[in-house]
Design a protein. Structure first.
Lengths: 226, 965
């Protein structure tokens, strides 16, 4: 059974006076624990698909279902709770809260949820990502790779079901990129998390179990990477 | 091939404006508002000044002085050539007109004016027009009333005219009929009132056209309306030196202009320099324009301070608008810097934008503020005149543009410092964060921690907003305190005893020691009869006064103390020939002062008086006040009787009087910082006046009253019917040839404490004799005239009845030393003035409040816009709208809390400081609710704005928040 799926999903934007279909009637589903790469040329709509799937944006038409429930029925508050408990996000530009330290950024979703920090689990994540000595620093004192590791740790803090990654290696050098990618892959497997990763880099995409290729907002290929 | 347009700074600036319409709209609105405020303030000041000047012009003309019949005495053309006179115009007096042979003193001189004189006299036509043809006449309103003419334009009026003969008016009058073509606003009556003299030359209040010929055999008398040059008025020439023991003690100065003119008068008229009568008769000073300007400056100091504060607030608004705009474009500026744009070019590009915006805003804002002030002046009625000239218009525009450009310079210079790295990364923030030491939290309340960190990292900005908030609260609180104090001021609640009151408007130059009822008629029984001719007047009552003396063998200490202070203050101020040095009051004691008084006494008026009244005994001056019995009876319970009792019948018969005297008086002095006596006074020790006197004055001698009820006193009253008396022999004191006196022995019925109640009965520490009107007549053996009358109206006064009642009273008292005041009109006027004042103050306070509130709101808006990305991130990681709002509300509360506390503390300290400085706890009202209201309104406005802005950001999708723009 798919943990998340969309049906006839369309997302349109207004660009000047023209309507642009970023996602055009897409129907797709993702299974629990699956690592799927969404790829395609720039402007093909891959990031938009990820944003709509993860409730960062509302679809123009069509539905997104999480665990059998239609997400468009949720109000803003319910969506916030869903994002903080079930989803994790990793962005190309890291998007850390600049005023919080590395550790504070990591536990932010837990604190927003007013829960106690599962220190064992967090420690494990931190160890896994190799960032224990950067925790007290503010993001501005960290390198790109370090920031992205903090971002991944933050995404994992609440033990999410799905981790959405939008070009997570886009701002990193080759070595850091590869490390981040293998970390993502590893934590996904380790915690049984569905990993939906958007990239235009075929080398990155090839690491995934499943590759979806999008062109002009439509899925042109959906294949298992064996 | 199509030719490409060259990229210029202007094109870049215009391009920016076009592509960032939304951002610029906000900035333009902010700048427009600030410019409207700043130009509005300037227009308002100009309106205040023009109103004052125009009112003065309308009241007494646009000329400084008037010289009657100067033909042989003063060469005004020469005066102009020598730089003493700026402008002059000629009036030609053709005769003196009246309607009733028995009331010739209520007539007016008729004149024609040349063009320059018309301009200087500032002829203001209320109805009809100025005469253009032969046989036409225009009258000032008051002149028509005095003549008993209904001022209907187009009507024929017949006047008895004594033709001018070149020097004076002929004794015979001929009848002349004119067509009344215009009614003019009053000037003559205002000039006469202002000059308050008995010996004025004829000032025309009736005007005919240039083509009018004087009566057969007549010869016009010229009169010059002139203005001196400002330089000649400002240039001081030592005129008289006063000596003390052979050394110059003081020098009195006159202006070069007066020196010149006095010399001309003395040379040509062969007058003694001290002959003020002669001077008055020919040369009069109507308007002191230089002094007036100074007075205007004094009056408008407060307004100017307010204006400057508002201008600064406007500039702060502009700085804020630009800063917000440029802040959002740091990346663009960084990029421009990265591709090689110099700092100067950055200032040029963005400065050009500011200039273009200013040029667009300038005419709109000037037009709006012009219209607003014009509307304000119209609503406020006649007392406000808004007549900006081209200089004011251009000046206002230039100042507003300069305000914007100068204010814009601060954020522009800051923007130019942005490093190219800013284009890639927010390095400013990174640097700032690296410098801050923070304590990491293991577990935390997310909104609280975010707010705490934000306050820590953006402290400077938060302090800025807190300061603005504090200033807003401080100044608006003080503003409302002033308004509240004004509203409570008894001045506005002035309520006269009668519906109408007949009061003195001027005093003829008569003696202060002797009653001269021929010159100073007062209000007679005939006047009272005339008042009753108007059927709606119910009753008229008032009081009489007479200058009188208690005859004693020797002054008591009590009398010494009173007379000494009274006389020496008079002496100090008025008697020429003595200098301040004679009254050096360092280390002054009561005894020393007494000695000084006794030594100088011989040269004073008192011995002269004694000589003239042929008495060897001592005379102590008192004023007899005779109130109508009704007034005494109505206020009987308000007299504070110290000894004896009030018996009205005995007062009426003149057998008894009431003596107003404090049981104990004290001689007190105020000291300056060096410990010297600065000023001295005598006050009632049993009833210390107020806080100010208690604090500032130190009493060092006290004396008890030596009279008790039942004592008998001799009262002597001096009279003279002379109208032509000689001042020369005794200086100020006239020498009387004919003088009569009455003497009467009266018993002190009761001793009452000095009092101050109502508007009609007032007596300070001076020794006064109070009795009934009939009693005053009986004591002085004379039918004394009334000095003031209160008239009661039958029923309620309304606008219509007030008009007719006032017309009736004006006709009786016009041209006399008395004038009628309507309680209805006074109340209306007071209310109107209060309305104007309150509207002005409230608008200023609201204006300032709005500017500051908008600055605070702008800062909050900018803060949220800057944090757009962070809001997106927080939303992505699961923060709800509530949590994000909470975080910002916490930040806002911190700023608000500090700002309010500082503002409120400042207000309390300032308030206490002012009270301590003025030594008066009632100097300024402190109204706690106003401060709370201000804080509540400000909080509400800012909270709503903050909430709306967060809500707006929340409406965007998270992706829109996150994306860098």
């Amino acid at each position: 059974m798919n943990i998340i799926e969309c049906k006839d999903l369309t997302k349109e934007y207004l660009s000047g006076e023209n309507i642009v279909k970023a996602v055009d009637n897409v129907t797709v589903g993702f299974e629990q624990g699956e690592f799927c790469a969404v790829t395609g040329p720039s402007g093909s709509g891959k990031s938009t698909l990820l944003h709509v799937l993860s409730s960062l944006e509302n679809p123009t038409s069509g539905t997104v279902t999480y665990n059998g429930e239609v997400m468009s029925n949720y109000n803003d508050n319910q969506l916030s709770i869903l994002r903080r408990r079930r989803f994790g996000f990793v962005f190309q530009a890291y998007n850390l809260v600049q005023e919080l330290t590395g550790y504070e950024n990591i536990v932010l979703p837990v604190m927003l949820d007013r829960k106690k920090v599962d220190e064992k689990y967090i420690k494990r994540v931190i160890d896994m990502l190799g960032i224990e000595d950067r925790l007290e620093h503010l993001p501005s004192a960290l390198s790109g790779g370090q920031q992205q590791r903090i971002a991944i740790a933050r995404a994992l803090a609440n033990k999410p079901s799905i981790l959405f990654a939008d070009e997570p290696t886009g701002n990193l050098d080759g070595k850091s990129g590869r490390e981040v990618l293998s970390l993502l892959k590893y934590v996904g497997k380790e915690f049984g998390i569905t990993l939906i990763l958007v990239t235009h880099d075929l080398h990155v995409a090839e690491q995934a179990e499943r590759i979806i290729t999008i062109e002009d907002g439509r899925i042109v290929r959906d294949s298992k990477n064996l | 091939m199509k030719k490409r347009k060259t990229l210029t700074v202007n094109r870049l600036a215009v391009g920016n404006l076009k592509t960032r319409k939304k951002q610029y709209t906000l900035m333009i609105v902010g700048i427009l508002l600030a410019m409207i405020f700043s130009s509005g303030v300037l227009f308002f000041l100009s309106c205040m000044q023009s109103s004052k000047q125009e009112q003065a012009r309308r009241a007494t003309g646009d000329f400084y002085g008037y010289f009657y019949n100067p033909k042989n005495y003063i060469d005004v053309v020469k005066g102009q050539e020598n730089g003493y006179i700026e402008s002059f115009g000629y009036g030609y007096i053709q005769g003196y007109a009246y309607t009733d042979a028995e009331k010739q003193d209520k007539g007016t001189a008729i004149a024609r004016l040349d063009e320059e004189a018309k301009k200087l006299y500032y002829v203001t036509v209320l109805e009809g027009r100025y005469p253009e043809n032969k046989g036409e006449i225009a009258l000032e309103k008051d002149a028509a009333v005095r003549l008993g003419i209904e001022p209907t334009v187009g009507s024929k009026i017949t006047l008895s005219v004594k033709a001018a003969n070149g020097e004076d008016f002929s004794s015979e009058a001929t009848e002349k009929t004119y067509t009344l073509v215009g009614v003019l606003s009053d000037k003559r009556s205002n000039i006469e009132r202002a000059l308050d003299s008995n010996n004025l030359p004829p000032i025309p209040a009736a005007f005919v056209s240039d083509s009018e010929k004087t009566a057969a055999g007549g010869l016009e008398i010229p009169a010059v309306y002139y203005n001196p040059t400002e330089e000649s008025m400002k240039e001081n020439i030592p005129n008289t030196a006063y000596y003390n023991d052979g050394e110059v003690a003081d020098i009195y100065y006159t202006s070069a202009f007066w020196e010149y003119f006095m010399q001309e008068v003395y040379d040509n008229l062969d007058m003694h320099p001290d002959d003020s009568m002669a001077r008055n008769n020919h040369l009069i000073q109507v308007n002191d324009r230089y002094g007036y300007t100074m007075a205007f400056i004094d009056n408008t100091t407060l307004l100017a301070v307010v204006a400057v504060v508002l201008m600064i607030a406007s500039c702060m608004g502009i700085i804020n608008a630009f800063t917000t705009n440029l802040q959002e474009r740091r990346r663009q500026i960084g990029l421009l810097r990265a591709v090689g744009t110099t700092k100067r070019q950055i200032i040029n590009i963005f400065g050009r934008e500011a200039f273009i915006i200013t040029l667009i805003c300038a005419p709109i804002s000037v037009a709006i503020s012009y219209f607003a002030v014009w509307l304000f002046a119209r609503i406020m009625g006649d007392s406000f005149i808004f007549m900006p000239n081209i200089i004011v218009l251009v000046g206002t525009t230039v100042v507003s543009v300069a305000c914007v450009m100068l204010s814009a310079l601060i954020p522009l210079l800051r923007a130019a410092r942005i490093s190219p790295m800013q284009a890639i990364r927010n390095i400013d923030l990174s640097r700032k964060m690296k410098r801050k030491k923070i304590k990491q939290e293991k577990e935390f309340n997310a909104p609280k921690l975010l707010a705490k960190r934000s306050i820590k990292f953006y402290k400077a900005k938060q302090i800025g907003v807190s300061i603005i908030l504090a200033l807003t609260i401080l100044l608006t609180c003080f503003g409302f305190s002033v308004i509240s104090a004004e509203l409570e001021s008894s001045y506005w609640n002035y309520n006269q005893t009668g519906d109408y009151i007949i009061v003195r408007q001027s005093y003829p130059g008569v003696s202060n020691y002797i009653n001269m009822f021929t010159l100073d008629k007062g209000l007679t029984a005939n006047d009272i009869q005339d008042i009753y001719d108007y059927p709606l007047f119910e009753s008229a009552y008032g009081y009489k006064t007479a200058k009188s003396y208690i005859i004693v063998d020797e002054y008591s200490e009590y009398m010494d103390m009173l007379s000494m202070t009274w006389q020496s203050i008079r002496y100090y101020n008025n008697v020429s020939g003595y200098t301040n040095a004679d009254f050096e009051i360092q280390d002054m004691t009561f005894e020393k002062l007494k000695k000084l008084w006794l030594n100088k006494g011989e040269e004073l008026n008192y011995p002269i008086l004694k000589k003239q009244s042929q008495t060897d005994k001592e005379m102590f001056q008192v004023e007899i006040k005779g109130y109508d019995e009704k007034m005494i009876k109505e206020n009987l319970d308000r007299f504070e009787v110290v000894d004896g009792k009030i018996d009205i019948d005995k007062l009426n018969s003149g057998e008894e009087i009431l003596l107003v005297a404090p049981p104990e008086i004290g001689f007190s002095a105020r000291f300056n910082k060096k410990g010297e006596i600065e000023h001295y006074t005598v006050y009632d020790m049993t009833n210390l006046p107020d806080y100010y006197y208690r604090e500032k004055y130190k009493a060092f001698a006290t004396v008890k009253l030596n009279y008790k009820a039942g004592d008998t006193i001799d009262l002597k009253t001096l009279f003279s019917d002379e109208t032509n008396f000689d001042y020369e022999e005794y200086g100020e004191h006239p020498k009387f040839v004919e003088m009569t006196s009455t003497e009467k022995q009266v018993k002190i019925g009761a001793i009452i404490k000095p009092f101050a109640f109502g508007d009609w009965m007032y007596s300070s520490t001076e020794f006064d004799v109070i009795t009934t009107a009939a009693g005053a007549d009986a004591i002085t053996l004379t039918e004394l005239p009334y000095q003031e009358l209160n008239i009661n109206f039958k029923g309620e006064v309304d606008e219509e009845t007030d008009k007719t009642a006032m017309a009736h009273l004006d006709a009786i008292f016009s041209g006399t030393h008395f004038c009628a005041r309507s309680g209805f009109e006074t109340q209306q006027e007071n209310m109107n003035n209060l309305k104007i004042l309150v509207i002005c103050l409230v608008s200023i306070v609201i204006l300032f409040f709005s500017i500051c509130a908008s600055i605070v709101n702008n800062s909050l808006t900018a803060k949220i816009r800057e944090s757009k990305r962070e809001i997106g991130t927080l939303r992505a990681v699961g923060a709800s709208a509530k949590e994000i709002t909470q975080s910002y509300i916490r930040q806002f509360l911190s700023m608000f809390g500090w700002g309010c506390s500082a503002g409120f503390a400042g207000y309390i300290i300032g308030h206490l400081g002012i009270i301590a400085y003025f030594k008066d706890p009632n100097y300024l009202t402190f109204e706690i609710w106003q401060a709370i209201l201000i804080i509540a309104v400000l909080f509400l406005i800012c909270s709503i704005n903050l909430y709306a802005k967060i809500k707006k950001e929340m409406k965007n999708s998270i992706v829109e928040n996150i994306r860098e723009l």
